[in-house]
Write a protein that binds this ligand. Structure first.
Ligand code: ADP
Length: 290
């Protein structure tokens, strides 16, 4: 949601020679019997309409935040419960067994990583809302960033038996980027592609250059996105399909972060989908090098 700004109100309508309440000084009364001019009335009606729209937006934002907190507490509880379970096993008699011990250590490590990621995500939300998200741009080959993002997601693709294909130009694609932040963009988009695609589905990533502008397309054959949801999918805490998101561990912050980071690079990101069940495509365009 856009921050509310006084500037978003329409300019005040002033009639020439109008005094308070729109009475004109030449003795001609422009208003009705209530003494309020028609201009003034139109302005007030418009102002009220805008105010009610803004209240509606605030209520929606507040509701989304409440839902987010409920989801967050659930997302925190499940790794913590797993960690507690792992510690219990390690303390018990089966904790003596080397294989069981290794298994529990791995479980605890995975869950600690999950909580760490959640904490990092929350920090980033704070940075987005306070406008303190920053990038430090250096010249880098975009392909190296994509390779790292793909490596991060490879275990997910394998684990879900998803086919992953990448295509890009042989020559380097130089960009001014904050490597770790831009990697975060592609990790988020690839993670979503995998998360919202059932086992056995297809995911692809392509890099091309159009008129000097690097374009990265991440496409999946997954659950797709309804047309009405496409317009606000990049807003904080928005989940197009709450049931699907909840069953797939979603917090509704990834795409907001993607958009903020891409914009800080002077680029843009859009989402496309032919509808539920039809797969989705996310297209990131970065500025051409001067
Ligand atoms: P979440 O943590 O819920 O996945 P995101 O901000 O990353 O949050 O995404 C917002 C919402 O956009 C998701 O809840 C999901 O409904 C939708 N979405 C994102 N990526 C995809 C995708 N590849 N396919 C289908 N839906 C998607």
């Amino acid at each position: 949601m856009q921050p509310l700004q006084a500037a978003s109100l329409p300019p005040r309508i002033e009639s020439q020679n109008a005094g308070p309440n729109g009475h004109t000084f030449d003795g001609h009364h422009k208003g009705d019997i209530t003494g309020v001019s028609l201009d003034e009335k139109a302005f007030k009606v418009n102002e009220l309409r805008l105010l009610s729209l803004q209240i509606e937006q605030l209520l929606t934002a507040n509701r989304r935040k409440d839902e987010f907190l409920a989801i967050l507490s659930h997302e925190l509880r499940s790794p913590l419960a797993s960690i507690q379970y792992g510690i219990g096993v390690l303390r018990g008699p089966s904790g003596e067994d080397v294989t069981v011990r290794r298994g529990m250590h791995e479980l605890i490590e995975r869950q600690v990583r999950q909580v760490t990621l959640l904490a990092a995500g929350l920090l980033d939300v704070g940075r987005i809302t306070s406008g303190h998200l920053q990038v430090q741009l250096v010249q880098i080959d975009l392909r190296s960033i994509l390779v790292r993002a793909i490596e991060t997601l490879e275990p997910d693709f394998k684990g879900r038996d998803q086919e992953f294909v990448s295509t890009w130009t042989a020559t380097s694609v130089s960009v001014m980027a904050d490597a770790s932040r831009l990697e975060q963009v592609f990790v988020n988009l690839l993670a979503n592609a995998s998360k919202y695609t059932d086992a056995g589905g297809q995911i692809s990533l392509s890099l091309s250059v159009d008129d000097g502008r690097p374009i990265v397309r991440i496409k999946d054959s997954g659950i797709g996105i309804a047309a009405h949801a496409l317009s606000n999918i990049f807003d904080l805490y928005v989940q197009a399909d709450a049931t699907a998101a909840r069953s797939r561990s979603g917090l509704g912050i990834g795409l907001a972060l993607v958009r903020s980071i891409v914009q800080l690079h002077g680029g843009s990101v859009i989402a496309k989908s032919a509808g539920p069940g039809q797969g989705s495509e996310f297209i990131v365009s970065l500025p051409a090098r001067a």
